[in-house]
Design a binder for this molecule. Structure first.
Ligand SMILES: Cc1ncc(COP(=O)(O)O)c(C=O)c1O
Length: 474
């Protein structure tokens, strides 16, 4: 497959969108906000449209369409299982709303006690911090976080191994991101998995950022470097139809009560007892999102067809190029690993430019250059604040301000993140824009006004009428 064939096969819906810049010019939209959410692959959108003809209730109806839909959903489990190299006989594939739900489900379905320890890291997205913090309060579990190296945002693996060793007798679960949504940093999963399994604990990976970019091999139940639980989201892998996945050992979900209670999860309900179905049905209470499930399965099939190894290699090449070019920009501070081999990172670049407010920089990129990025702390406050070396006094001060109803902008940065469909020209557009902004950084403040409540910057000029592009009203 040549590069241009590959590009055709990974084209996404809306790729050619032209948008109005302030001042009136039209420009091709450059989406560099893929770590937040991705557009739909063309193939996914097409497959969903084909499926809608047959869409009907899953696992319940006797109608022809119901049968087609049920078979499609069941086949999707096998597709997902193969996509992540999971053992189909040992693990179950549970469809969720997103990675967040998958992680929360694990926190509720492993029977933790107050004698248990969970180890995580300070690299994590809030989705992989808060469920464990909740468990700490609810079940008295001890939650311990491995430190990061603030200078390059990598994991302090020595600290992690020391903690695994210290809590070896009580460690029940180690949970870590497969790839950081802030710096793109890839922790050494296999090595960590081996250390965790040596002390007999479960190893869980939040693969929200990893799944669209690198091949995943969960391994067999006896592999020392296996992944026991894996969660990810369809909307970050070119299937934005409201579905996510949790893969984990079936036996864990057999005992106890499901997280949510209701129809679809039961074999029998009498006036005084309930018999639960086996997983995954037990964990998928209510009507399943068959459209989303078909979409994520198509995304997995399609990306596998292109080749996850190939996607990884090509994205690595683009990442190297982007780091090199970003480092040329005067006054740009890039967070995370800056190693030009890009071996231990994804194409996610978080940076600040001179003394420009991050929200203002992101606004200028959007309104004046047509480039979509994100600004803020990216739902990973502990990680970013640690790298930005925000002292705890300042964090406590902001906490007090928030308690008293004042919107406080603690710190933040701008994030540009690549998807499989981005090109060198997209990176060049970002670099050229940043260069121009860097050379005239002082002019922007006067052209924008800040919303005091949200910290967001809006141009003083009139914005386009977004309803002209899409409206839910006729
Ligand atoms: C690393 C990581 N984990 C978890 C999540 C949560 O994903 P979702 O919002 O799809 O549940 C995100 C989303 O940004 C993420 O980047």
């Amino acid at each position: 497959m040549s590069f241009s064939d590959r590009r055709d096969r990974t084209s996404v819906v809306g790729e050619d969108l032209q948008l109005p810049l302030i001042g009136g010019n039209m420009e091709k939209y450059v989406n560099l906000d893929n770590a937040a959410t991705t557009p739909s692959l063309q193939s996914v959108s097409k497959r969903v449209t084909e499926f809608l003809k047959y869409y009907s209730s899953v696992g319940r109806g006797t109608g022809f369409k119901s049968r087609v839909s049920t078979v499609a959903v069941n086949d999707a489990r096998d597709v997902i299982s193969d996509f992540v190299g999971s053992d189909r006989d040992y693990n179950t594939v549970i469809f969720t709303k997103h990675a967040t739900e998958g992680i929360n489900k694990v926190s509720k379905r492993i029977p933790f006690t107050e004698d248990d320890v969970i180890i995580s890291t300070w690299l994590e997205h809030h989705a992989n911090i808060l469920p464990w913090r909740h468990l700490e309060k609810e079940a008295g579990v001890k939650v311990v976080h491995a430190k990061i190296n603030p200078e390059d945002g990598t994991l302090d693996v020595n600290d992690l191994y020391e903690k695994i060793d210290r809590y070896r007798d009580d460690l029940k679960l180690m949970t870590i991101t497969g790839g950081s949504n802030v710096t793109g940093y890839l922790p050494p999963l296999k090595e960590i998995s081996r250390a965790v399994h040596r002390v007999g604990a479960y190893f869980m990976v939040d693969a929200a950022q990893l799944a669209p970019h690198k091949p995943i091999e969960m391994g067999t139940p006896s592999s020392p470097d296996r992944i026991d639980f894996l969660a990810f989201s369809g909307h970050k892998m070119y299937a934005p139809y409201g579905v996510g996945v949790l893969v984990g050992p079936e036996h864990v979900f057999e005992g106890g009560e499901p997280e949510q209670q209701g129809g679809g999860a039961v074999d029998l309900v009498s006036q005084d007892f309930t018999l639960w179905r086996s997983p995954p049905a037990k964990e998928e209470t209510g009507t399943p999102n068959a459209v989303g499930i078909v979409a994520i399965a198509e995304a997995a099939e399609h990306l596998s067809g292109v080749g996850m190894d190939r996607i990884e290699e090509e994205e690595k090449e683009m990442t190297r190029y982007a780091i090199e070019r970003l480092m040329e920009i005067d006054g740009l501070t890039l967070f995370g690993p800056k190693d030009l081999t890009a071996e231990d990172r994804l194409g996610i670049f978080t940076f600040n430019l001179k003394s420009l407010d991050h929200n203002l920089l992101s606004a200028v990129l959007s309104y004046e250059y047509g480039i979509a990025t994100r600004s803020g702390c990216f739902c990973a406050h502990p990680y970013l604040l640690d790298m930005m070396r925000v002292p705890s006094d300042r964090i406590n001060e902001v906490k007090k301000q928030i308690y008293s109803g004042i919107k406080a902008n603690i710190a933040g940065a701008v994030r540009a993140s690549l998807g499989v469909y981005n090109t060198r020209e997209d990176v060049n557009r970002l670099i050229e824009a940043l260069r121009e902004i860097a050379s005239g950084a002082d002019e922007f403040t006067a052209r924008y006004k800040m919303n005091e409540r949200t910290g967001e910057y809006l141009p003083r000029e009139d914005l386009p009428d977004y309803r002209e592009y899409f409206s839910v009203r006729e």
